[in-house]
Design a protein around this ligand. Structure first.
Ligand SMILES: Nc1ncnc2c1ncn2[C@@H]1O[C@H](COP(=O)(O)OP(=O)(O)O)[C@@H](O)[C@H]1O
Ligand SMILES: [Mg+2]
Length: 266
């Protein structure tokens, strides 16, 4: 950990401070360095989040069949080879559960949720003006629930604080570069990039994420300016680009009544 006593305190005395910007920059650098060290200690570089495995009883329940039916499929060789626990019981990964769904869907399509022609993308926005009211927790659980049920799900973190991204193991300070959040896909200038380039997979099979970080705040400054310049790019709304791929789209918003959260529910 960076030792605060080792840091030259002269920048606080005013003597060497050239400008307020310099002071803020040096404090930001110090904070970043400390955060980085904390993170390296808490999460070694090779650390990755991993979802636990599911017993065949749990897998059967998630798929909507009986445990006995899973055993029957297993004898018939219709269930993928899985890890076994100490008592010789099968342990399924979520991806393997999806694989069973795909096998069953060959004869009974209902086992694999999918959109039919004319079905709309389902968007669930979790929003509340109050901070600490459970928005991020709700968004994460709802997204995970649908992914476990076999829905292809995209979670979009619209909060610059990026707690949802952090829950999925992404540290906004270190794991993201410029233009790696939804801002990259909805910005108004020529640096806009396709949403498909920004989406990342998560450790939940079937659940993808568009991470957030502080740059989302830029959209709040750009929008009034662009509106004032009457260059409103309403045809660039990100939902247009993403409607085809997912069944469910979850968004986790910040507490303020800012532009990106309002657009997420529009
Ligand atoms: N149903 C709940 N019961 C108890 N604590 C909860 C519940 N939902 C959220 N929390 C806790 O409340 C705190 C704030 O939740 P969070 O989802 O981060 O809120 P928000 O995104 O609205 O700021 C977190 O510490 C979270 O673990
Ligand atoms: Mg939150």
């Amino acid at each position: 950990m960076t030792d605060l006593t080792q840091i030259d305190p002269s920048h606080r005395t005013g003597k060497k401070v050239r400008s307020l910007t310099r002071l803020i920059e040096s404090d930001a650098d110090l904070l970043s360095a400390q955060l980085k060290e904390l993170r390296t200690r808490a999460f070694p570089p090779a650390a990755e989040k991993e979802l636990r495995k599911f017993t065949s009883g749990e897998a059967a329940k998630l798929i909507g069949v009986t445990d006995a039916y899973i055993r029957q499929l297993s004898i018939a060789g219709d269930v993928p080879e899985t890890e076994k626990n100490a008592r010789g019981r099968r342990l399924f990964t979520l991806e393997q559960i999806h694989e069973v769904r795909r096998t069953l869907a060959r004869t009974k399509p209902n086992y694999l949720p999918t959109r039919r022609a004319g079905d709309h993308l389902q968007v669930i926005a979790v929003t509340n003006f109050k901070g600490g009211s459970g928005k991020t927790t709700t968004a994460a659980h709802v997204a995970q629930y649908f992914a476990m049920r076999g829905f292809r799900t995209l979670a979009i973190d619209l909060d610059p604080q990026a707690s949802l991204s952090a829950l999925f193991g992404l540290q906004p300070e270190f794991d993201l570069q410029d233009n790696d959040t939804l801002y990259g896909a909805i910005r108004y200038d020529d640096q806009q990039r396709p949403l498909s380039d920004i989406i990342r997979t998560t450790y939940f099979a079937g659940l993808d994420i568009v991470p957030g970080n502080l740059e989302l705040q830029e959209f709040e400054h750009d929008t009034p300016r662009v509106l004032a310049e009457r260059r409103r790019g309403s045809d660039r709304m990100f939902f247009r680009a993403s409607r085809r791929r997912w069944l469910q789209l979850k968004t986790d918003t910040t507490s303020s009544f800012s532009t990106a959260p309002r657009r997420s529910v529009s």
